[in-house]
Design a protein around this ligand. Structure first.
Ligand code: SF4
Length: 478
């Protein structure tokens, strides 16, 4: 097992309530803008700011428009929070800034700001630390100028230049975990399940009851995104004219059954039986629903990223509706175990598509869901880790090549695949003896990282390779 230094990552760092379509290109830049402004507010200098400019580099510049990076930084500068911002105001707010050429910094100090001039996309430049970089420049009435650079390192995590170790918190956890082997060590010596060990660690940040309630809130947002996505028709924004499919599939599968809210919807789904293809269709429907919401600037849970936000809700909903997962205790268990797998990948490899391609997004979410489903279904800790290993093993090398820089094709369908692979991986692990496994989770994490480093930049969220260049779909102005 490995020892310190140890990066302490909470379950609420992995599962964050955010706004689509991208955790690295939307949520991260939004948080960076909030941090930049909050430093100025803390200095007491907000009212003396006379201009702000934003420079986007690398992947943020190349696919920033499709991923809403420009929108996110404007909302962050306006003092809005992604958890609470009223999303139906988004287009009106953007239009106001565009037409008036003014922005209300932190909701209280108005300056001139023309998004077309003051947000610059440096598509041929990258900063060395990470492909997702952005710099904020501010000028004050006394002539002082400041420039702060932030890196959006995946999953909504943000690092400020000069504080690259900010994500290494000083919290001392009872069970420090850097590798899957560490998890097994603590589980063996304490007799705890993975979820129980994680819950103990979360106690370093807050009371157990608050952790449990926070996880139920996360599940609530996941359920809302599924329900909403299953009842929205039409085309997705962005110009590709991708038709939303979840609502039509929902209607077809329910075959006229009556329901009026989330609970009666779940009863109606259960009443349809347990035929294999019926369940398969529902798993796809749940995943499509979340990611169609994500692609429409809807509210979703980053799990561990936005592009892959549908995998975990779809698998947990499958567990809840079609298996015996319909208790708060099991939902909490699932999420705690899944989050620790996400942390392992963040520490040992990456959860950023700009660093590792889609294996880092859909692959990681599938591994997380597989482990959560396995342990919450009664599997052992070793079976849960085995399930995560199997799920990632069959995502290795998967590239990121979103058409038009939008998180739509292949992203939305890819969540259905990640969910089904997670269920298959879990089932395989539950039917297997981990003693005979040849590949450990730690080995597959290392392999994913090696593969990420070897992957051509064209397949790392740049939309310069793969489907993004081989599908002749012209983007209209959006
Ligand atoms: S291809 Fe995968 S990694 Fe890339 S944007 Fe889509 S979901 Fe994210």
């Amino acid at each position: 097992m490995s020892f310190m230094p140890h990066e302490a990552i909470s379950v609420f760092d992995i599962f964050k309530i955010g706004v689509g379509p991208s955790s690295s290109h939307t949520l991260g830049p939004w948080r960076a803008a909030q941090q930049f402004l909050s430093d100025i507010v803390d200095r007491g200098d907000l009212e003396s700011v006379c201009s702000v400019r934003v420079l986007l580099y690398g992947s943020l510049a190349k696919t920033g428009i499709g991923h809403g990076t420009d929108i996110a930084v404007q909302l962050g500068l306006s003092g809005e929070d992604p958890v609470t911002f009223q999303l139906d105001l988004l287009h009106a707010r953007m239009n106001d800034i565009l037409v008036m050429k003014k922005i209300l910094l932190h909701g209280r100090h108005e300056i001139d700001f023309d998004p077309k001039e003051d947000i610059e996309f440096f598509i041929t430049e990258s900063l060395p630390f990470h492909p997702n970089a952005l710099t904020f420049l501010a000028e004050f009435q006394n002539g002082e100028q400041i420039a702060e650079t932030y890196y959006s390192i995946g999953g909504g995590f943000v690092v400020k230049e000069g504080a690259a170790n900010a994500s290494h918190t000083s919290v001392q956890l009872p069970f420090p975990i850097n590798t899957a082997e560490d998890i097994l060590h603590w589980c063996r010596t304490t007799g705890l399940s993975i979820a129980e060990a994680v819950l103990e660690n979360e106690g370093s940040w807050r009371k157990e009851a608050d952790t449990k309630q926070g996880l139920l809130n996360i599940w609530c947002v996941m359920k809302e995104s599924m329900y909403k996505g299953c009842h929205q028709e039409g085309n997705l924004p962005g110009g590709l004219n991708v038709r939303r499919r979840a609502a039509a599939l929902n209607k077809k599968l329910l075959n006229g059954a009556d329901y009026h809210d989330y609970e009666s919807w779940i009863s109606a789904i259960r009443n349809g039986g347990r035929d294999f293809r019926y369940i398969l269709d529902w798993v796809s429907c749940f995943a499509l629903a979340v990611n169609e919401e994500n692609a429409s600037f809807g509210r979703v849970v980053t799990a561990p990223t936005n592009g892959a936000a549908g995998v975990i809700p779809a698998v947990l909903q499958y567990f809840m509706v079609f298996n015996d997962g319909d208790t708060e205790e099991k939902i909490i268990h699932f999420l705690l175990t899944a989050s620790e797998i996400g942390s392992l990948f963040k520490k040992g490899a990456t959860i950023s598509a700009a660093m590792g391609g889609c294996q880092a997004e859909i692959g990681v979410s599938s591994a997380m869901a597989a482990a959560g489903l396995t342990e919450a279904s009664g599997g052992t800790q070793r079976q849960a880790l085995m399930a995560a290993e199997i799920a990632m093993e069959h995502h290795l090398g998967m590239t990121c090549d979103p058409i038009g820089g939008l998180v739509q094709i292949p992203c939305i369908e890819r969540n259905t695949m990640g969910a089904i692979k997670a269920i298959t991986a879990s089932q395989l692990a539950l039917q297997s003896a981990p003693d005979y496994a040849k590949v450990s989770l730690d080995a597959v994490i290392q392999t994913m990282w090696d593969t990420a480093k070897d992957m051509n930049f064209k397949y790392k969220e740049t939309s310069e390779g793969g489907l993004a260049v081989n599908i002749p779909l012209g983007l209209k102005e959006c």
